[in-house]
Design a protein around this ligand. Structure first.
Ligand code: PGA
Length: 252
């Protein structure tokens, strides 16, 4: 197995204001142990990228966006471009979060286009993939995950995955307090690696595959101890300094 650097990313979603987010980012920045070898990424609402960028200058944390347009520039009212993210030293962009897919109508096709644009522009996509509860209950998890993954491989090619991160986020686990079991996560992570290995075994081995969905200070350790789980994408628990720091320090 390749040594993959662990990664923990905070997805703040549409939460907080400057008043609450400033101390949050300062607390996380100052609380990361100097010998922590986990890469930590903060994904604030886009309107706060500039502020968080300034606050992160003094530390080792990296910045990510929660979403980005697949288009370069132009008449796309309300959208944020990749060049705008680059102005604030964004390294990462979350692509295809289930809330984007279900609430904002992003199809596998749109997600594939976004991944393509982000990768081409030199940012690292954090690609979210996961099944609905009814899909799991019908025994279709692997089929759904494969379809979502294949759409992106088809558009961008397997090489693009050498500069990407994947997150397995079962939709039924997001914000519900009901995380996947470590075994359930491991099973899907291993399946995704196998799917990638059909194209390139080295890339499949090297890519970081995170788990997301109700990761908390109390379950991070056991989830992250699984051999194919390289960290997490954290929603609710990333809004509490102490909890998020515990998760960042939970890696093997
Ligand atoms: P959660 O969210 O940790 O609150 O379940 C995870 C996510 O949506 O990325």
């Amino acid at each position: 197995m390749t040594d993959r650097q662990p990664l923990v990313a905070a997805n703040w979603k549409m939460n907080g204001t400057l008043e609450t987010l400033r101390p949050l980012v300062q607390g996380v920045r100052d609380g990361i142990a100097p010998d922590c070898d986990t890469e930590v990424v903060i994904c604030p609402p886009s309107v706060y990228l500039a502020e968080v960028c300034g606050l992160l200058e003094k530390g080792t944390l990296k910045l990510g966006a929660q979403n980005v347009s697949e288009h370069e520039a132009g008449a796309y009212t309300g959208e944020v471009s990749i060049d705008m993210l680059k102005d604030y030293q964004c390294h990462y962009a979350i692509i295809g979060h289930s809330e984007r897919r279900s609430l904002f109508g992003e199809s596998d096709h749109t997600v594939a286009d976004k991944f393509f644009s982000v990768h081409r522009a030199g940012l690292t996509p954090i690609l979210c993939i996961g099944e609905l509860l009814e899909e799991r209950e019908a025994g279709n998890t692997e089929e759904v995950v494969a379809l979502q993954l294949d759409a992106v491989i088809e558009k961008s090619g397997i090489q693009a995955f050498s500069e990407a991160v994947i997150v397995y986020e079962p939709v039924w686990a997001i914000g519900t307090g009901k995380a996947a079991s470590p075994e359930q996560a491991q099973e899907v992570h291993a399946f995704m690696r196998l799917r990638l290995a059909r194209h390139d075994a080295t890339i499949a081995d090297k890519i970081r595959v995170l788990y997301g969905g109700s990761v908390k200070a109390t379950n991070a350790n056991e989830l992250f101890s699984m051999v194919d789980v390289d960290g997490g994408l954290i929603g609710g628990a990333s809004l509490v300094v102490k909890d998020f720091l515990t998760i960042c320090h939970a890696m093997r």
